[in-house]
Design a protein around this ligand. Structure first.
Ligand code: ANZ
Ligand code: ZN
Length: 979
């Protein structure tokens, strides 16, 4: 029978729908639980895409694998059903969001079922149903009552095309995450959740609650995702301190993470909206200019301000700021690269060590003052600093000597020490570094006429063992570019040049030529110009702090500030509270009432859900359409009964998805969002899979909800998702992102119709490593279908054979080795999500089996089939394949005479004895009947095996006292003793 997916897939999908024990989680079971969760989809009108299929197939394989391994698996699905697209569709076409959403859900269900995904449909949830959003509203009240939800007027992100505010997390590169429209800032009163309360660990009577930062340490998530979350939280440790202002009693507070650079301050910058501007008004002599700049910067978003190529600002003329560390006076600017919302809204500017300040200083011609020197300390090799040697500190100079007519530089090769450097020498007591550079150039190169000398970079420190002097050298080095006028040359004094040879090196080869780190450093500056040195180093020009390293200096300087009462240590975070209110219809209403007498009042829990009204007009006006619903808007106060109105904003859909994983544990509960008992039974999620685009949105919010629940005693765990994986993006055949406008979208329905669901599943898993980006390729799709064709053919033949010889016992230990190797590899590969290599291993096994089938060795020993030892071994192959191609596996399983589903079997175990490559099992037959199996060296000879076989008790029974007529020996396989 030919493999026709159409003929079998529907059949099995219908059977599975009836045989719910194959997919449903068991409420009362002694088996260990496994909660395998997919990020539930938004049921869009476009239906499933191939990325969904990748995600759902991977977790379906895993869930089926876990069930076969004896786990009680919870593998649910539901719909993240609220959201803007359905509402936008309603605005355009007049179809109610509820209707489109439910049509889309029906389509999703049909599509998912056509893929043979083993979801527990009894737990399906829909966030737009009142049974669900009742509890979303309950969560709002839970947070509100515990001081974790509040209303506040703030500068917020507003999308003019979606006509709603957005959370910071929903703004990407300054644009609305959904419609790509440029986001503007508006001052609006909005609802926030206090996610910032959970950044760090805390403790109360319910125990310790791990914070959003430290909680990441204990969970198995992709590192890139953890890093993205940490960056979003943006913890930075520094100090806050006050600058005094000359002739004023005002002070200006700044936040810095680099107090060690404080001696390098050459100006101070406040954000344009900083209050200091107003309070210094009378002293500012160019206030008109200042006001004009303030107006200009109001038009820009924070992101535009931060990423502007050119940093701009205006000096507040008449104002001087006093550096508390050295009493120096520096100017004050306003500049919009300083944000008003971060830190204190003002910064000390250190152009030598901060890139933004550097650009600004270049533009406004402000001094650049180095206060940190890089330190090159050699710690490996023969030049490594030696503890036992004395250290001699010296001032040295590097001279980069340029050829008079070509782009070449004079370098020194120190053969004895294997150094390659520029011209170098010590600075004598009486001379300047520049003079030393000129003197050394003449002495070492012999060239006498110099056109020009200019400084390259700043001061650099190095610490190494100077072999030629036998001491550790600590050098403070400066560098000069020395340009030669002409070739006039005298022979240098031998003493000066005896250790090295001079060579002219072309400019572009310099970086590779010089091999001492200080010289490489200066070669880099020569090539790319000067920039800010932003790393840690050693303090220079820093008064009593000079020579400290950056880290120690930060400690000492913070101490000093605290002692003097000027400042204190301070931790800042970038994370802001989560803005959750939206001016849209298709979301869960916020359960708050505004009473004329009592003000803001929480709706009573027993009145939940606050139902979404249906008498609304779907025009986005910038206000929620709920404002205009009479049935919804006008209510009486739950406290005092006076006239009141409902909050008309709805909740961001990310609120719905912040707790849905808990609902799956107890989806029908009408009294609680989920019972403690069921939460305890199923949570936390053992494996969570979904796209990487939710890195900072959903995953951060969900973690926050869990932590809030733990704080108030509802759950006992800190993290909702123990293990997280992201499926890689699937690109179109042309290598580009699949998109409607490019017309390159692959529709899974079409693929299922042409190749069948099993082929699609296998193909997507075979495309490449699960977590990597991959491009669609229909040719390879055909290859996977062929693998299934061959599998079907092969087992058909086997089924016929099995009918004829139900208890066949044939022999063939090589295949047993390969089988066991395959069991081991497929098991390990599934466990670590390497589905692609699991499939190739199964392909190897199948090919090997098909080959040996056509390659019958000897009539006497091969009764017609030559696979494994017995039928059970043969069938293990099928169990391995079952999670990947469930329809086909069931079909063959049935054909092999089983009445029970293949998914009720046990996952095959590896028989370790077959895995040793040096020993193999060989069959011993007497007169063609199997009498014994022996583990022997893989290269055993006929005589050796004969001897061992004849010693075996099991064999002796049949051979003792008989004459051996013939020996048949099949290397690697068997020996047949004919008596
Ligand atoms: C002086 C300095 C010198 C700085 C130096 C850096 C390097 P993170 O790590 O992101 O927290 N800063 C502080 N408040 C700011 C604001 N409102 N807008 C723009 N920039 C601000 O960054 C902290 C650093 O960002 C601070 O340390 C400050 O610049 C700047 F060599 O202070 B630093
Ligand atoms: Zn009231």
């Amino acid at each position: 029978m030919k493999y026709e997916p159409k003929n079998i897939e529907k059949k099995w999908q219908d059977r599975w729908a009836e045989q719910i024990e194959l997919s449903e989680a068991k409420e009362n079971s002694k088996d260990p639980k496994f909660y395998c969760l997919d990020m539930f989809p938004y049921p869009s009108g476009a239906g499933l895409h191939v990325g969904h299929v990748e995600n759902y197939t991977a977790t379906d394989i895993y869930s089926r694998f876990k069930r076969l391994n004896g786990f009680n698996v919870l593998h649910p699905i539901g719909w993240d059903a609220f959201g803007l697209p359905a509402e936008n569709f309603a605005i355009k076409n007049g179809t109610h969001p509820d209707k489109t959403t439910h049509e889309n859900i029906q389509n999703f269900i049909k599509q998912i079922k056509s893929l043979g995904i083993s979801y527990d449909w009894s737990r399906e949830i829909d966030t737009s149903s009142p049974e669900y959003y009742k509890w979303t509203q309950w969560f709002f009240l839970f947070l509100y009552k515990n001081g974790l939800a509040y209303k506040k007027k703030a500068k917020v992100n507003w999308c003019d095309s979606c006509m709603t505010v957005l959370a910071n997390e929903q703004v990407e590169d300054g644009a609305c995450e959904r419609c790509k429209n440029q986001v503007v800032q508006k001052d609006l009163e909005q609802w926030f959740f206090k996610i910032t309360d959970f950044i760090e660990d805390q403790e109360n009577e319910n125990g310790k609650i791990l914070g959003l930062i430290s909680g990441l340490d204990g969970i198995d998530w992709p590192n890139s995702t953890k890093i993205a979350q940490k960056n979003w939280i943006g913890k930075s440790e520094g100090v806050e301190f006050d600058f005094e202002i000359k002739n004023s009693d005002q002070k200006l507070k700044v936040f810095t993470t680099r107090i060690d650079t404080v001696f390098g301050i050459t100006y101070v910058v406040a954000s344009p909206e900083h209050a200091i501007v107003e309070s210094l008004k009378s002293q500012i002599t160019n206030f008109n200019e200042v006001e004009k700049y303030q107006k200009e910067s109001k038009k820009k978003t924070d992101l535009e301000r931060m990423e502007a190529k050119e940093k701009t600002g205006v000096r507040l003329k008449g104002i001087e700021i006093i550096n508390p560390f050295n009493g120096e006076l520096v100017p004050l600017f306003i500049g919009d690269y300083v944000l008003s919302q971060y830190g204190t809204g003002a910064v000390m500017a250190v152009p030598a060590h901060d890139e933004r300040d550097f650009e600004f200083a270049k533009k406004y011609d402000l001094p650049i003052k180095q206060s940190i020197s890089p330190l090159f300390k050699v710690t490996h090799g023969k030049d490594a600093v030696r503890d036992e040697a004395q250290t001699v500190r010296r001032k040295t100079v590097v001279a980069i000597v340029k050829h008079w007519s070509e782009d070449k530089y004079y370098c020194l090769h120190w053969e004895k020490f294997d150094w390659k450097s520029f011209v170098i020498g010590g600075v004598e007591v009486e001379e300047s570094a520049e003079e030393a550079a000129i003197r050394e150039t003449k002495e070492e190169t012999g060239y006498q006429n110099i056109k020009k000398v200019s400084k390259i970079g700043g001061e650099v420190h190095s610490n190494f063992f100077a072999e030629h002097k036998g001491v550790n050298r600590y050098a403070d080095t400066e560098c000069y570019l020395v340009e030669l006028e002409n070739e006039e040359h005298i022979e240098p004094d031998f003493e000066n040049v005896k250790n090295h040879t001079g060579v002219w090196i072309e400019e572009k080869a310099l970086g590779d030529y010089v091999n001492l780190n200080v010289h490489q450093w200066f070669a880099g500056i020569l090539r790319s110009g000067e920039t800010a040195y932003t790393e840690d180093g050693v303090l220079i020009n820093s008064g009593k702090f000079t020579d400290l390293n950056s880290e120690d200096a930060r400690e000492k300087m913070a101490e000093w500030l605290e002692k003097e009462g000027i400042g204190k240590r301070k931790i800042n975070y970038k994370l802001r509270d989560w803005l959750v209110s939206r001016q849209r219809y298709w979301g869960a209403p916020i359960p708050i009432i505004y009473c004329e007498k009592c003000g803001e009042v929480a709706e009573k829990e027993e009145n939940l859900p606050v139902l979404l009204p249906t008498d609304v007009d779907f025009k986005p006006t910038g206000e929620s359409p709920l404002v205009h619903s009479k049935t919804f808007h006008d209510v009486t106060c739950p406290n005092c009964g006076s006239a009141a109105r409902r909050e008309s904003d709805t909740m961001d859909t990310f609120v719905c998805s912040s707790w849905y994983y808990l609902r799956f544990a107890d989806p029908k509960n009408e009294k609680e969002f989920a019972s403690k008992e069921n939460i305890k039974k199923w949570m936390p999620v053992d494996l969570y899979m979904g796209g990487a685009e939710h890195t900072v949105l959903h995953l951060l919010y969900a973690r926050f909800f869990t932590k809030a629940l733990k704080k108030f005693g509802y759950v006992e765990f800190d993290e909702p998702f123990l293990k997280l994986r992201h499926q890689g993006m699937i690109m179109a055949e042309d290598g580009r992102k699949m998109s409607k406008s490019l017309g390159n979208i692959v529709n899974p329905d079409d693929v299922v119709a042409e190749f069948g669901a099993d082929s699609l599943r296998l193909y997507e898993m075979f495309m490449g490593p699960l977590e990597e980006m991959k491009a669609w390729n229909t040719k390879n799709m055909v290859g996977l279908k062929r693998f299934l064709d061959k599998t079907m053919d092969f087992f058909n033949e086997f089924a016929n054979f099995k009918l004829k010889y139900p208890v066949a016992s044939t022999g063939g230990n090589i295949k047993l080795r390969l089988l066991n190797k395959t069991i081991k590899k497929v098991t390990e590969d599934i466990e670590s999500f390497r589905f692609n290599t699991a499939i190739s291993q199964m392909m190897i096994l199948l090919n090997e089996m098909r080959d040996s089938n056509t390659n019958k060795v000897d009539e006497e020993i091969s009764v017609g089939y030559d696979f494994f030892d017995n039928v059970a071994d043969m069938e293990k192959m099928l169990i391995l394949l079952a999670p990947f191609a469930p329809h086909m596996a069931e079909e063959i399983w049935e054909k092999l005479g089983h009445s029970e589903s293949v998914f009720l079997q046990s996952w095959p175990e590896v028989d370790e004895k077959y895995l040793h490559d040096d020993e193999i099992e060989m069959v011993v037959q007497v007169n063609g009947k199997v009498r014994e199996r022996l583990m022997v060296a893989h290269d055993v000879t006929q005589d050796e095996l004969k001897e061992t076989a004849l010693e075996s008790e099991k064999v002796k029974v049949f051979t003792d006292g008989k004459e051996i007529k013939k020996i048949i020996f099949v290397p690697g396989k068997l020996i047949n003793i004919v008596v």
